[in-house]
Design a protein around this ligand. Structure first.
Ligand SMILES: [Zn+2]
Length: 314
């Protein structure tokens, strides 16, 4: 990791953050953990940070929630190999001040010796403002989207960008990104793959196509879901698609064996019974275990795990 920090000045901090925002790298290899030692990752989603550090939305103090999560990630006995934030980093429409505040709040996870951090984009982000403030490292792999490949020891992480229009609910991979993903997956078929984006898959209601009501279902997820999921399922080494957006921690396994894991939000939930928090992933050559760290330690799902076999890729 090319990290050089010798000052805490604001200017220096921002340029350091730029180095750490590794999202635009075509290929990014992590320092390998010792064999047999699990490698761990921190997965965050939907922080919804405002320029105003006191902002409260839906009875949730946004910066306080992120502070608590950052402290937990930082306090884990084993340092994460990488930290991913899967979109809706900003409050509503991705203002420059939102990203400045986000970097301030993430500062305990930045700096010398810190794991690489990738910030993905959701429908409440603005790609141009994000690039201007966070200054992700390296040239854009594809100009239209903010993508990255992070090579772990047991798993390769493909970080996609489903932001379609800022502050419009639905998302999209788009043709250019699907082509990039297809080629990148093909070129890295020797190791299990996990794809991380912001929006949820949403299949059209095909079975009731003649039903006029069904065809009017509102698009809130990925508009090119069928193309995206069939792309994922055409690569047998793709084990899971991970996303946020619905603020609803959940898991499902498709008939093909592909897992969908919906991350909890760091910020507010839409249904008060659901947990907010973050997810820690530990990988070994045979499996990846996703563990919920709920912000409320008394939540019934605190500590819940989802296990993925990373077995043979054929
Ligand atoms: Zn959100």
């Amino acid at each position: 990791m090319p990290i050089h920090v010798d000052s805490c000045s604001r200017r220096h901090f921002l340029s350091t953050s730029a180095l750490l925002g590794g999202g635009l790298l075509t290929r990014f290899s992590l320092g390998a953990a010792a064999d047999g030692d699990p490698e761990s990752y921190a997965l965050l989603s939907d922080t919804h940070i405002s320029a105003d550090p006191a902002k409260v939305l839906r009875e949730t103090h946004l910066c306080d929630n992120l502070k608590a999560v950052v402290a937990e990630v930082k306090g884990r006995p084993k340092r994460a190999a990488a930290v991913f934030l899967s979109g809706d980093a900003a409050l509503n429409d991705g203002q420059p001040g939102d990203y400045e505040q986000l970097l301030t709040q993430l500062s305990p996870l930045l700096g010398e010796g810190a794991p690489p951090l990738h910030i993905g984009l959701g429908n409440h982000d603005d790609r141009a403002n994000f690039r201007a403030i966070v200054k992700p490292r390296g040239p854009a792999t594809i100009e239209s989207k903010h993508v990255a490949l992070v090579e772990g020891r047991d798993v390769n992480w493909f970080l996609v960008d489903t932001l379609r229009f800022t502050n419009k609910v639905e998302g999209e991979l788009g043709e250019e990104q699907r082509q990039w993903l297809n080629a990148a997956l093909k070129a890295h078929a020797d190791k299990p793959a996990i794809v991380v984006g912001h929006h949820n898959p949403q299949f059209p209601p095909a079975a009731q196509a003649e039903n006029a009501e069904a065809t009017q279902v509102k698009h809130t997820g990925i508009v090119d879901t069928e193309l995206f999921v069939s792309l994922l399922e055409s690569h047998r080494h793709v084990k899971a698609y991970i996303y946020g957006h619905t603020h609803n921690w959940s898991h499902q396994r498709r008939e093909s064996g592909l897992h969908f894991i919906n991350l909890p939000p760091v910020a507010y939930v839409f249904d008060k019974a659901r947990p907010n928090g973050w997810v820690e992933v530990t990988t070994t050559p045979g499996k990846a275990v996703f563990k919920l760290h709920a912000l409320s330690k008394t939540h019934p799902e605190e500590g819940a795990t989802v296990e993925l076999a990373l077995g043979p890729t054929s």
